[in-house]
Design a binder for this molecule. Structure first.
Ligand SMILES: Cc1cc2nc3c(=O)[nH]c(=O)nc-3n(C[C@H](O)[C@H](O)[C@H](O)COP(=O)(O)OP(=O)(O)OC[C@H]3O[C@@H](n4cnc5c(N)ncnc54)[C@H](O)[C@@H]3O)c2cc1C
Length: 394
């Protein structure tokens, strides 16, 4: 560097990098910081089901990372990384350019795990009369959903919609859709689960409470159903031959590692995510840090969830500051269990933690309908305050 400053490149404006960009304003004497992101605005995942349900406008859940960068005197580059040469310390970009770095931090999230035979149709977004969308990236999901909702008044007749993938995100999306389309007669929403029951890794009571919530909202849970192909004019076909004609199909099929990481030269975990130390530094390249869904802390495996990505933000910022100052990074130990506040469609929520759930149908047997309903609405108000405060902070 001509001016003696080190070059810190931040790839992705995800949940962890928000805290880094906000803090980077204090480092500009020591480093030239560049944020690379294909999106000027990034969505806060916790509010996305609320956008689908119609409780929020899309702007409510978007954080302007370009503006955040400008406030911190961080250079903003609207592009996506497509490759890495960690030996020469170069990032390759989708606009054909390259970027040199001394220190690199990666927070590019995960991509939905979509079967190859369906991926083309999901990318294209339309198969006959069927609109398809992945649940991530969020701006694409919201854009396609907006177009779908806008087309509805001109299309009478029943609506069949499928949410493919029944993790917590898929469940929230299905419940949000059911709420959004509640006044539309003959709406049929199916939640296609690859497993025999909802959230099989969680305590049994949690899955069955969510199953009951789906049932009460009119969402049909279809167990043991893995979508293999899409056929024109708009039918999802499962591996066992079951067919689901639909006008809308949303894919919330779990987190896969971004494909370009496979050739990045960084050490990866068996699922293709960047293997990092508890300091969030790459196991193979100490000048590369990674956080959020795209990284796996080998010593502390955790689910891919925004809450863990957010919690990594401040320790990541601190360790990048240390690395710039030539100090050793400090290990970070994430909490074992995180509280999940899941939206149930209307302005009500269920709280899940340590194998327990409260709100919605969970705990209704002891609390009764009235108290349980009040609790669910209170949980939603709490979630709403937390989420809005997070977005407001940036
Ligand atoms: C519908 C839905 C609801 C969810 N709700 C919750 C919830 O309530 N609570 C919870 O804990 N988790 C939730 N999740 C999970 C949550 O979305 C993720 O765990 C979280 O977004 C991970 O944050 P991240 O920082 O790793 O990546 P992301 O938030 O995905 O951000 C990655 C960023 O990197 C950018 N990027 C991508 N590729 C590149 C590239 N090649 N180069 C440069 N930039 C790139 C993207 O544009 C994006 O801005 C939900 C997921 C879904 C699908």
């Amino acid at each position: 560097m001509d001016d003696g400053r080190r070059r810190l490149v931040l790839l992705g404006g995800g949940h962890s990098h928000l805290a880094v960009v906000a803090a980077a304003g204090q480092w500009t004497a020591a480093a030239e910081v560049t944020l690379v992101s294909p999106d000027v605005r990034t969505a806060y995942s916790g509010m996305v089901p609320g956008v689908i349900a119609g409780h929020y406008a899309i702007d409510d859940c978007l954080i302007d990372v370009a503006r955040l960068a400008a406030r911190s005197k961080v250079r903003f580059l609207q592009a996506a990384a497509t490759g890495l040469d960690p030996l020469r310390r170069i990032v390759r970009l989708d606009d054909g350019g390259t970027l040199d770095y001394d220190l690199l931090s990666i927070d590019v999230g995960a991509t939905p795990r979509i079967p190859d035979a369906v991926a083309g149709a999901v990318l294209h977004g339309q198969c006959g009369g069927l609109t398809l969308a992945p649940c991530k990236p969020f701006p694409l999901l919201i854009e396609r959903l907006d177009r779908f909702f806008a087309s509805l008044p001109g299309q009478p007749g029943p609506i069949e919609a499928c949410v493919v993938g029944a993790g917590l995100a898929g469940i929230e999306v299905a419940l949000a859709l059911a709420f959004r389309l509640r006044h539309r007669p003959s709406t049929r929403i199916r939640l296609l689960s690859g497993e025999a029951r909802l959230l099989p890794a969680a305590a049994h009571g949690i899955g069955s409470a969510l199953e009951r919530a789906c049932h009460e909202a009119g969402v049909e849970v279809v167990p043991d159903c893995r979508i293999a192909t899409v056929e024109p004019p708009g039918t999802l076909v499962a591996a066992d031959g079951r067919r689901f004609p639909a006008r809308l199909a949303l894919f919330a099929t779990g987190a896969a590692a971004p494909a370009w990481l496979a050739h990045s030269g960084l050490m990866l975990d068996p699922r293709g995510f960047i293997a990092v130390e508890p300091t969030l530094a790459s196991v193979s390249h100490p000048e590369v840090f990674a956080a959020g869904d795209c990284a796996s802390v080998l010593q502390h495996p955790r689910p891919k969830a925004g809450v863990y990505a957010v919690r990594q933000g401040l320790p990541l910022a601190d360790n990048l500051r240390r690395a710039l100052a030539g100090e050793r990074p400090v290990p970070f130990s994430p909490q074992r269990e995180a509280l999940a506040l899941a939206a149930l469609g209307p302005r009500s929520a269920i709280a899940i933690r340590n194998g327990w759930a409260l709100g919605g149908p969970a705990g209704r047997r002891w609390l009764g309908h009235g108290l349980s309903g009040r609790l669910s609405r209170q949980l939603w108000r709490w979630k709403d305050r937390i989420d809005q405060a997070f977005v407001g902070r940036y």
